[in-house]
Each structure stands twice: as structure tokens, then as C-alpha cells.
Design a protein around this ligand. Structure first.
Ligand SMILES: Nc1ncnc2c1ncn2[C@@H]1O[C@H](COP(=O)(O)OP(=O)(O)OP(=O)(O)O)[C@@H](O)[C@H]1O
Ligand SMILES: [Mg+2]
Length: 252
């Protein structure tokens, strides 16, 4: 790559302010996520990490500032125009939220059927491939209640990637998982992002996961970005909150 050329920015926040009533949650946030990058957003509970992700997919709209997704300014476009933007963004929520009365196969196929006109053979191929991507086999005919929580999380990942998003957004993907499953899901996020060449944002409390797979880490506190950089850069930070996160990662 020409060193004078910046990589394309897939997500860009320019001075984003988000308020609820008199409370300002995001106080002028600016950052970029480059195409293909994995950005971790760390912050304590209630700092506005989920609010930030919801602003990307248009579930919430900012009060001030601009949000650019894949070259388009989206913060004030009409709801109908947001649908194609939202299709570019696969969001993986904290809880798997699978359809309990549907097989794993139908859960993964659900979005594909809604968005694309494919015959059943093509759908079947897609479902199998996506389940393989998340290292699941022989689960297609099972119901969500018959597999473990960690497996359900992987199914929800398969369901999200099945519709081919350019951007993957994860809201606390490893919260509530045991350390072994946490490590597996974390590694899976990296592998998927690299294999599918997506741009990924991961919201998390888990510095250890961030140090393992992030290209860049951003720490939010009280509505501001208080630190950002590569894992190696963050490790050098003297900021007390960043130190707290780092100490926790070491002692975990
Ligand atoms: N729709 C809403 N209306 C009013 N207040 C909201 C709304 N959504 C979030 N908030 C408030 O915004 C703040 C940030 O919430 P958010 O869910 O983004 O926190 P978070 O960083 O994701 O926390 P956690 O780590 O616990 O998930 C909280 O004080 C929350 O109560
Ligand atoms: Mg949250």
C-alpha cells in the first residue's frame, strides 16, 4: 500500500453527541475504523458502549455530529434509507436470542430467506458453510434448547454472517462465558473477520480479549474517549482507568 494513502474508513464518527433528556451520554466522540480493522471499545458499565453501537445501526440517532458508514453520511437519513445501511452491518447482541421454536438450520437460514431469493440447495449450502465457519457440525436439526449457551452464541454469529455483512458489530460477545469458551469465541471473531474481510467493532469489558485480537483499542469514560491505540500502545498508558483494565487482564 502507498504509505501516503490512508486505508478506507468504513465507520467514521465526527463529534457525535448523544443525549437522553438532560443526560449527555456521548460528549463529542470522534473516531475512524479502517476497512478490515478490528476495533475494541472498552469502558465500564453504563458509559454508553451499547448506545454507540446502536447509533451505527440507526436504532438510535445522534443529537449532533456526523456518522459515516462505507462512505455515506447516515445520521439524519430517513428510516427507509437506513435499511440498506443496516444490511451492511451485522450486529451480534450480547444474548444469542435465537428463535426457540426453530431448528438451528432455520435460525441461520432466517435472514438469508428474508433478504435473498435463493433456492433451498443454495440456502442449505450457505447454512452449512456458516456453521462450519463457527466450528459447529451436526447441529442443524437440533433446537436451540438442546445445545449449550456457548454453542448458541456461535449459532448467533453464524446467523449474522450468513447474510454477508461488510461490518460486524459485537456487543459484549464473551460476557457470561467461561474462560475457555471466551477464548474460543474471541479467536473466532478474529478468524471470521479475517476470513470474511469484514470491518469489526467489539464492545467489551474484557481487556484480555482486546489485547489478544484487537488491531486497535479505544477506551470510553464518562462520554469521552480517554485512550486509544494499538494493544502495545495501550499497555504503555498511564491513565488510571486504563491501568485498572490492564491489571484486571493480568490478574484474571
Ligand atoms: N433508550 C434510552 N433511553 C434513556 N437512557 C438510555 C437509553 N439507552 C441507554 N440509556 C442510558 O445511557 C447510558 C449508557 O448506556 P449503555 O447501555 O450504552 O451502557 P454500556 O456502556 O453499554 O453499559 P454495559 O457495559 O452495562 O452494557 C446508561 O446510563 C443508560 O441508562
Ligand atoms: Mg452495553
Amino acid at each position: 500500500m502507498n504509505s501516503n494513502m490512508n486505508p478506507k474508513s468504513m465507520i467514521s464518527f465526527k463529534n457525535i453527541v448523544k443525549r437522553f433528556g438532560t443526560r449527555t451520554i456521548l460528549k463529542g466522540i470522534s473516531f475512524d475504523v479502517a476497512e478490515g480493522e478490528i476495533l475494541f471499545v472498552l469502558g465500564t458499565s453504563g458509559t454508553g458502549k451499547s448506545v454507540l453501537l446502536k447509533n451505527i445501526v440507526g436504532l438510535l440517532r445522534p443529537d449532533e455530529g456526523e456518522i459515516w458508514i462505507d462512505g455515506q453520511e447516515v445520521s439524519r437519513i430517513p428510516e427507509d434509507d437506513y435499511l440498506p445501511v443496516r444490511k451492511k452491518c451485522g450486529m451480534v447482541f450480547q444474548h444469542p436470542a435465537l428463535f426457540d421454536s426453530m431448528t438451528i438450520y432455520d435460525n441461520v437460514a432466517f435472514g438469508v430467506r428474508r433478504h435473498e431469493r435463493l433456492d433451498e440447495a443454495a440456502i442449505s449450502e450457505r447454512v452449512t458453510r456458516c456453521l462450519q465457519l463457527v466450528n459447529l457440525a451436526d447441529v442443524e436439526d437440533k433446537m436451540p434448547g438442546q445445545i449449550s449457551y456457548g454453542m448458541q452464541k456461535r449459532v448467533s454469529l453464524a446467523r449474522t454472517v450468513a447474510v454477508g455483512p461488510k461490518i460486524l458489530l459485537f456487543d459484549e460477545p464473551t460476557t457470561g462465558l467461561d474462560p475457555v469458551t471466551t477464548s474460543a469465541v474471541n479467536q473466532l471473531i478474529k478468524d471470521l473477520s479475517r476470513t470474511l474481510k469484514t470491518t469489526s467493532m467489539v464492545v467489551s469489558h474484557d481487556m484480555r480479549c482486546a489485547l489478544e485480537i484487537a488491531d486497535r483499542i479505544m477506551v470510553l469514560d464518562q462520554g469521552h474517549i480517554i485512550a486509544q491505540g494499538t494493544p502495545e500502545e495501550l499497555k504503555q498508558s498511564a491513565h488510571p482507568l486504563v491501568r485498572d483494565f490492564l491489571d484486571e487482564a493480568v490478574n484474571a
